[in-house]
Design a protein around this ligand. Structure first.
Ligand SMILES: [Zn+2]
Length: 215
């Protein structure tokens, strides 16, 4: 369906999402250039204004890695983005419920799955897929299918290249599992009320790159 034939509400949603992506990427540029402004939106007045309500415009599902805090790398202030994190951004029921809450109740129109270069969780799933037990083992098992998927393509590649391929595959896996495992997210995506996009953060440069659907 092209943009012109869509219901007005869907077109409005598209505008909001385009703006949301632009707003995140503009914030990332400020972060990269060392011109962050989010302290101005973390002040007492902003805090007081938000004390009784929140309307975040985007949800970020990202890795818990201490070097990838979404509020900082997108230069966002209080109340602007709803952040859901787990090591390797693995998707579990509590995280899905959190994302559902952010879009269905709080009204966020964009969901970004944000992976990052040199992800330790993905590297561990590559190197030690069956060595950990308990909760840590369960976490890595969620990433293992992404590692398995790139196995043939990664033959003959260096360890770094293999991990990089698995990182991208893990981003795809997380993004697709949002609609496969949540009827609410699936329906809202089909109705054009939310958009789910994939992105990767580069630890060396600080740049967030939005990934195409067929990357
Ligand atoms: Zn990570």
């Amino acid at each position: 369906m092209d943009r012109e034939n869509k219901h007005p509400a869907a077109r409005t949603g598209e505008n909001n999402r385009d703006k949301a992506i632009a707003r995140l990427l503009a914030g990332n540029r400020r972060f990269v250039q060392g011109r962050m402004t989010n302290h101005k939106r973390c002040d007492a007045k902003t805090r007081e204004n938000l004390a009784n309500d929140q309307r975040p415009y985007a949800v970020i599902l990202s890795c818990s890695d201490s070097r990838v805090p979404p509020e900082m790398i997108f230069d966002q202030g209080l109340g602007e983005i709803f952040v859901v994190r787990s090591a390797g951004h693995v998707v579990e029921p509590a995280l899905l419920g959190s994302i559902e809450f952010a879009v269905a109740v709080l009204g966020a129109s964009l969901v970004m799955v944000l992976g990052h270069s040199k992800c330790g969780a993905v590297a561990s799933a590559c190197d030690h897929p069956g060595e950990f037990h308990g909760n840590l083992g369960a976490l890595l098992q969620v990433i293992v299918p992404a590692v398995a998927k790139i196995k043939d393509k990664a033959a003959g590649k260096s360890w770094e290249e293999k991990v990089a391929m698995a990182i991208d595959e893990n981003i795809k896996l997380a993004a697709s599992s949002l609609t496969e495992r949540s009827n609410i997210l699936k329906r809202m995506a089909e109705e054009g009320r939310i958009q789910i996009i994939k992105a990767r953060y580069d630890l060396d440069t600080g740049v967030v790159k939005v990934l195409k659907d067929d990357f």
